[in-house]
Design a protein around this ligand. Structure first.
Ligand SMILES: [Zn+2]
Ligand SMILES: [Zn+2]
Length: 155
């Protein structure tokens, strides 16, 4: 005689199983596993300091100023050349707020997309790298979701 489960083509649940939660959990785990593999793949390409340069447009649009006499009097130094910001020097400011001589920071940003001091990243013109960054952000979000899920199940 056919049981309920044969007719409905599904497995009986064991005592205490919570199908929705477990399925959701499994999917999240699978997803984050895939993201980790993806991360590894791109780590090989972009690890090793092989980062793309900062976006040309972003670099062109960096705020540029001429050092004023009062700023020169503060005797602040450019972190790249360790030289003083002298009056009339041209200075660029990165989004993180760090300032550098234009001739010091421009060649850097043609090779690397981050601030030499704090590693704050600037956008790049490299679509693969931009995807990689998005993927990293999504993997972080997944970790956060997993934590929340874990807390809601076991907390
Ligand atoms: Zn400098
Ligand atoms: Zn910085």
């Amino acid at each position: 005689m056919a049981s309920y489960f044969d007719e409905h083509d599904c497995e009986p649940l064991r005592d205490g199983e919570q199908p929705d939660h477990l399925l959701h959990m499994a999917r999240l785990l699978l997803d984050s596993g895939l993201a980790a593999e993806w991360d590894l793949e791109y780590g090989r390409v972009f690890g090793d300091g092989k980062v793309p340069p900062a976006s040309k447009k972003v670099v062109e649009e960096l705020p540029t100023r001429i050092v004023t006499p009062s700023e020169a009097a503060e005797e602040k130094k450019c972190p790249v050349c360790i030289g003083l910001f002298d009056e009339e020097d041209e200075v660029k400011e990165l989004p993180c707020g760090h300032r550098f001589h234009s001739p010091c920071i421009l060649p850097w940003l043609q090779k690397v997309n981050s601030c030499p001091l704090c590693r704050h990243e600037l956008p790049t013109d490299d679509p693969d790298y931009e995807n990689f960054k998005k993927q990293k952000a999504r993997a972080k979000q997944r970790e956060f979701e997993l934590d929340n899920l874990h807390n809601s199940m076991f907390g």
